[in-house]
Each structure stands twice: as structure tokens, then as C-alpha cells.
Design a protein around this ligand. Sequence first.
Ligand SMILES: NC(=O)c1ccc[n+]([C@@H]2O[C@H](COP(=O)([O-])OP(=O)(O)OC[C@H]3O[C@@H](n4cnc5c(N)ncnc54)[C@H](OP(=O)(O)O)[C@@H]3O)[C@@H](O)[C@H]2O)c1
Length: 234
Amino acid sequence: MVFGGSRGIGAAIAERLARDGFDVAFTYASRSDRAAEVVAVIEKSGRRAIAIQADSADPAEIRGAVAHAVNELGILDVAVVNAGMLRRAPIETFGLEVFNLMLDVNVRGVFVAIQASVEQMRDGGRVVTIGSNTAIRTGSVGSSVYAMTKAAVAALVKGVALDLAPRRITVNNIQPGPTATDMTANMASTLEALVPLRRLGTPRETAALASYLVSHDAGFVTGASVTIDGGYVL
Ligand SMILES: NC(=O)c1ccc[n+]([C@@H]2O[C@H](COP(=O)([O-])OP(=O)(O)OC[C@H]3O[C@@H](n4cnc5c(N)ncnc54)[C@H](OP(=O)(O)O)[C@@H]3O)[C@@H](O)[C@H]2O)c1
């Protein structure tokens, strides 16, 4: 199950998990066109794919999406909580409505997605969240709330990892740095210049890390936040 799998990092993870042999259900907010493209790619790789419209700002929709996925594909092996949003503004002008929405999607949405998923997950399963390296280095004016939400995810993952250890479910957080997706399309050249490796990351690179974290080999990794950012936070 991938939350937010229609574009960018989430789409790359959904497609990678299918190549790894999983059937994949994923949610999206509004881009049914892009969701259909991901379904086609996954089906081409020989696995089943289900796209479910479910807003991560709405706990009932998240729970409904998990129920739908389990109904179609069976009990979960893996949940990747990727859906997230970025709105930037300095503290003086940051509106409460946007503040609340960012918390709803980036924090409560992650909590509810994990809670709903692990209720329907086999023991020994895997949870991966997609945080951000801004949890370590905010880096730019206007990113305070975004960074706060991603720091919350990194902290949440540690406690949830402890909660789920008795069930051998591992819980880890990937912290990408600037990655080439729609989210960064209008600031790509500015970001590139700030990365020591002088390029943006690709969604496929993040997906490869997610693939490792959900693998059998990663069974002793839990509660970790793993940064993948070309050296940006160093
Ligand atoms: N790109 C970066 O540089 C970067 C760096 C660090 C962390 N991240 C994090 O990585 C994750 C993915 O980022 P991205 O760059 O791939 O973003 P993106 O290109 O904007 O794609 C976002 C994906 O999440 C879905 N989504 C967004 N809001 C949602 C909601 N309320 N309910 C359900 N689905 C929702 C979108 O669905 P629709 O297609 O329907 O809109 C889409 O599939 C986010 O959590 C982001 O904060 C990104």
C-alpha cells in the first residue's frame, strides 16, 4: 500500500515495489490521469495495481482506502506513507488555514495511514514514511512549517517502531533532499546549486532505498531516519 502514489517519489516507489514482486494499491488526491499511468506501468510488469482516490487530509478516506486495498489484494505486507504537501511562506504571513492543512496531511495523515495499515498488516511487515532532510536542515526562508511537519514524522517513527517491535514490523523514515519531481519543478536550478553533488536526486533513487527498507535483508533496521540528499545536510 502506497499513500500518494500517482506522481513523483510515490509513483517511483509503487512501480519499484511492483518490480520487486508486490501487488500494489496506492492512493492519490486528484490526478486520476497520472494514477492511471502508474497502474498501466505496474500491470505491464505483471503485478496487480489499484488506484484509490483518498485525501490524506481526511482520516475516514485514509481508512476507507486501506479497507478497499485489503478487500482487493489481501492483508498488507508493506505500507509506504509518501503523500505530503509543501507550502512555503515566512512566519509573518503564514496563514492558519494552510498551517492546519499541512498538519492534517503531513502529520495526522501519516499517523492515521500507519495506524490503519498496521491493523491490517501481517506480523513481520514493513512501514516506510517519506519525511524530508528539512527535518535536519531547514535550509531556506519560508520552510519552517514544512520542516516542522517532517521533524514530527521522524520523531513519530521512532515511537511507532518501538510500539510495533513485538510484531516484528519495522518502521523507518526516508528523508530525501531536493528530488526532481513536480514539487520542486519551479526551483530546480536553485536547489541544484545547493547540493554538494550538484544535481537533484531522482525518484528512482529514493525508490531503491524504499525497496531495501521493505526487504527481508533490512529486518534489523527500525526507527531509523535515512537521509538521501547528495550531501545537502552535511
Ligand atoms: N521532491 C522533493 O524534493 C522532496 C524532498 C523531500 C521530501 N519530499 C517528500 O516526498 C513526498 C513526495 O514528494 P514528491 O516530490 O514526489 O511530490 P509530488 O510530485 O507533489 O507528488 C505528491 C504525491 O502525493 C499525492 N498527494 C499529495 N497530497 C495528497 C493528499 N492530500 N492526499 C492523497 N495524496 C496526496 C499526490 O497525488 P495527486 O497526484 O493526486 O496530486 C502525488 O501522488 C512528500 O511527502 C514530500 O514532502 C519531497
